[in-house]
Structures are given as C-alpha cells and as structure tokens.
Design a protein around this ligand. Sequence first.
Ligand SMILES: [Zn+2]
Length: 133
Amino acid sequence: MAQKQPKKSPLSRKDLLRFEQALLEEKQRVLKQGTFTRAVMDIPANSGDLSTHRTHIADQGTENFQREFASQLRSIESQSLREIDDALARIAAGTYGLCERCGEPIPIARLEVIPYARLCMKCLKAQTAKHSP
Ligand SMILES: [Zn+2]
C-alpha cells in the first residue's frame, strides 16, 4: 500500500525559479546562436551571379569548411536544447536537482555552473570512467 514516493526536488521554490530563469536564458542564447549557424549553412552553393565573380577555389574551400563547422555546431546546439528542455521538464515535474542515476541531490554549486546537469559528480565520474557503450 505504501507506494514508493518519488523523491522531490531538494531545491526551494525560489531556487527553482532562479534555475528555470537561467535555463530559459540559456535556451534563448542557444536559439540565437542557432539562427546564426543556419545563416552560415544556408550559403547558396552558387552565388556567383549575385554581384561579383567570387567563385575561386579558395572561397569554395572556406565555404565547405564553414558548412562542416556549422553542422557540427548544430548538433551540439540541438543536444544542448534537448538537455535544457529536459531540465525544464524536470522543474515542472518537481524532480529537478536530483541525480537521475542515484536519486541523490545534485549540489547546488554544480547546478549553478551547469543548470541542466542531470547527474551528480559521483555518477558523472562513474559514467565517464566506464566509456560510452
Ligand atoms: Zn548520482
């Protein structure tokens, strides 16, 4: 009958609001950066007839490099956005600030640095030491 009660967030309502704000700001920042990245990626392949003949080999190389770089950035961005959204969901669910692995509270100092941290330091170390599957 005593159903196991999920642990509740160890943070005060005030702290939760503060971290929610920080996450929303971080999300805006990433979205803004994403707009820039998309702008770089949307460079038309053939922009020769726009104003000047600038289709030198060197330019092509630079554009390819920029595209590759931008696409790497994009995957980092979408990953960040997912982390941020997950953290916001945890705030809504009342489980924010708890380690997803061991259920222990994540130190607030760590959340200050990474507001979307999902693991405590102990579990993070255990996870990185193990190498990814
Ligand atoms: Zn943990």
